[in-house]
Design a protein around this ligand. Structure first.
Ligand code: MN
Length: 251
């Protein structure tokens, strides 16, 4: 029996430790092909490169780097490299840093999994909390387990799984909804050596709402969080309110 093909990508770049650990763990489950950005593209979101061509380079056995975004990598991997034998699963990560709550809209790690989902490949994003002395062990082990499980019993089409793994000892796994993370709202202005201003989008350590049932609370309490996500961003609660607005617009 042939082993299932698993596409692995990330947004930290092809040479990050997290992606190597993820590929190694998943190689016990299937034939891993890695396609990842040639440099770090964290917070690239779901961007796709359309203004210039992409180059792909083989950097190791079944390991490719692409000079584009995580979404580019998934497109090239699924629609070109593996077009005749599409992957059965896509994993993105292990990201160096959590992707909780609102982070998922910026995250290249999660966006790669969104892209996999759009292309019909069951997809999982895995992110690791960074603390002094942290390890990728728990995240890599968990990725292997969930890969085995999803191959046996897939989730409904169009659902991706966002996994966040706390640093240090872990109690277990919780299924959680997305919480709200608040970053310090700041743009920091500095001056370059020629006296011209430059800016950093200031992101301080985020404060999370620790409401029960959120991914933020789960990770804060040292549980692995698993959140099912889908791409339908419609706010169904507001359909009626917007209907009311629409009627007043008189068009
Ligand atoms: Mn990253």
């Amino acid at each position: 029996m042939t082993r299932p093909r698993i596409l692995v990508t990330n947004d930290d770049g092809i040479f990050s430790e997290g992606i190597e650990r993820l590929a190694a763990a998943l190689s016990e489950v299937g034939e891993v092909v890695t396609v990842a950005p040639d440099q770090e593209r964290s917070a690239a979101g779901h961007s796709l490169t359309l203004q210039h061509p992409l180059r792909a380079r083989l950097v190791g056995p079944e390991r490719w780097s692409v000079d584009g975004t995580p979404t580019d990598c998934v497109n090239w991997g699924v629609l070109h490299l593996l077009k005749n034998d599409r992957p059965k699963l896509l994993f993105s990560g292990i990201n160096l840093g959590l992707n909780l709550g609102d982070d998922v809209t910026y995250s290249g790690t999660v966006s790669a999994a969104f892209e996999g989902t759009i292309l019909g490949v069951p997809s999982v994003a895995v992110s690791q909390e960074i603390e002094t002395g942290f390890s990728f062990d728990a995240a890599a082990n968990f990725a292997r387990r969930i890969a085995r499980r999803l191959l046996q019993a897939p989730l409904p089409a169009g659902t991706l799984v966002n996994v966040n793994v706390p640093a240090g000892p872990i109690h277990g796994v919780r299924v959680a909804r997305l919480g709200k993370r608040r970053y310090g709202e700041a743009v920091i202005e500095k001056q370059d050596p020629r006296g011209r201003p430059y800016y950093w989008i200031g992101s301080t350590i985020p404060e999370g709402d620790l409401e029960d049932g959120t991914d933020i609370a789960a990770v804060a309490e040292k549980w692995i969080s698993m959140s099912p996500l889908h791409l339908d961003l419609t706010d169904y609660r507001s359909m009626e309110a917007l209907e009311t607005v629409a009627k007043t617009l008189g068009v």
